[in-house]
Design a protein around this ligand. Structure first.
Ligand SMILES: [Zn+2]
Length: 410
């Protein structure tokens, strides 16, 4: 495998390989007589598939700006002869759902899509779920090229969203398209679900459920080096507000810095990660360090270069494995933070605010827990493929009746 040039790496930019080197996937035995036809079709369509993905990557689609990519895919799905349902989320209705998380903007002009490849009848249905929104590209740091270039270099395509997860969406669409072109009829329906706003809230998938879609099984094309994921990690988001003691800059020694206090909380959260990685076990996630991130991902403090920073706002998240008690994990966080605060001469007497916890000194203001998905049936759990958590934990959340797994693109 050709190493990724470091100059082309960017946080979560990802890459996807089209090189003719040794593929990391496993052959899955397919006894159906159509097996060879399908594989030949995939091989023969390689260049076309790459161009399709490149086109998707060249369409910027940072969360909130998904109109163009959804319009492109809507048109494409129509051209391959699928029944397409495309709709804007009703924000007010969404707010009534227990799975709703507060977001800053609404959904006008940001449609979700379900395209139905209807089966001939008598079979089970399958829903292929994927998102087209991507995280911001920043200010160009870490990029050696236009983030939307979709440039191919050394057999890999580069660009924001190429990995997470336009490649997954492309694979869903093309799989259905190729079956249709081969004239292979399925008994059950295959629903291609292409959603917006996954990176911020997961509301696109939630709204698909609210709209009434369900299936006997679901596959999400999230990323994980082609490792089959028969389960899904969970994630708890939290915020901690720290109030130090204000002071003028000349008499700053009379104040208590929110930045200095915040550093102690960051260290406590790191301690919690170390403890969880050492103690929490799950057979589907043997690499605990990959599965159990517990971090402060955002640290905001102060508001002016020459003013004393008395406050800090820390935002973080905790990864969980299937079956974990989220309330228990939250209480562990609260305990850890409380212990750190008790050792500090200021914080021991000045309570912190912790959102997404019911047991901190002040009441919670909102709850932003991402649920773990149900484990997949035992037959799937026996899959020889290794398990690794996806970059995105928001995979077919609990409100759906379907169990979920992830067939990741590379
Ligand atoms: Zn994703």
């Amino acid at each position: 495998m050709t190493p990724t040039p470091s100059c082309l790496r960017s946080p979560r930019a990802g890459w996807i390989s089209f090189a003719n080197d040794t593929p990391p996937y496993r052959e899955i035995e397919m006894t159906d007589p159509n097996r060879k036809r399908i594989l030949d079709k995939v091989d023969a369509s390689k260049d076309e598939a790459v161009r399709f993905l490149q086109k998707m990557v060249t369409i910027p689609s940072v969360t909130g700006d998904e109109a163009a990519i959804q319009a492109f895919l809507h048109g494409y799905l129509n051209t391959i002869g699928l029944d397409v349902d495309i709709w804007d989320t009703d924000w007010e209705e969404l707010k009534k759902h227990p799975g709703y998380r507060p977001v800053a903007r609404g959904y006008e002009g940001r449609p979700n899509i379900v395209a139905n490849a209807k089966g001939s009848g008598g079979g089970r249905s399958l829903l292929l779920n994927g998102h087209t929104d991507v995280i911001p590209v920043g200010n160009g740091e870490g990029w050696s090229d236009n983030p939307w270039s979709a440039k191919i270099e050394n057999g890999r395509i580069y660009g924001r969203g190429s990995c997470d997860m336009k490649s997954g969406v492309a694979s869903h669409i093309l799989a259905v398209q190729y079956l249709k072109e081969l004239g292979i009829d399925l008994k059950g329906d295959v629903l291609i679900n292409i959603v917006i706003d996954e990176e911020v809230s997961g509301h696109g998938t939630l709204d698909t459920v609210i709209r009434g879609y369900s299936a006997d099984a679901g596959i999400s094309g999230e990323t994980s080096d082609l490792h089959v994921q028969p389960a899904c990690i969970g994630r708890i988001w939290f915020e901690i507000e720290i109030q130090g003691k204000p002071a003028g800059i000349q008499q700053r020694y009379l104040g208590v810095s929110g930045i200095m206090l915040g550093q102690k909380i960051v260290a406590a959260v790191q301690e919690m990660e170390d403890e969880r990685v050492a103690t929490v076990k799950h057979p589907l996630y043997p690499s605990a360090i990959d599965s159990l991130p517990c971090i402060i991902g955002s640290f905001q403090a102060g508001n002016y270069p020459s003013a004393f920073p008395a406050t800090a706002l820390l935002k973080g998240s905790i990864g969980t494995v299937p079956g974990e008690d989220h309330e228990g994990v939250k209480q562990s966080l609260v305990k850890k933070i409380a212990e750190a605060a008790a050792k500090d001469p200021w914080m021991k007497d000045h309570p912190l605010w912790c959102v997404s916890s019911a047991t901190m000194p002040r009441p919670p203001r909102s709850r932003v827990t991402m649920p773990s998905c149900k484990p997949f049936p035992a037959t799937i759990r026996k899959s020889p493929a290794r398990s690794r958590p996806s970059a995105d934990a928001r995979v077919l959340p609990i409100p759906a009746s379907s169990t979920a797994m992830v067939i990741p693109p590379r």
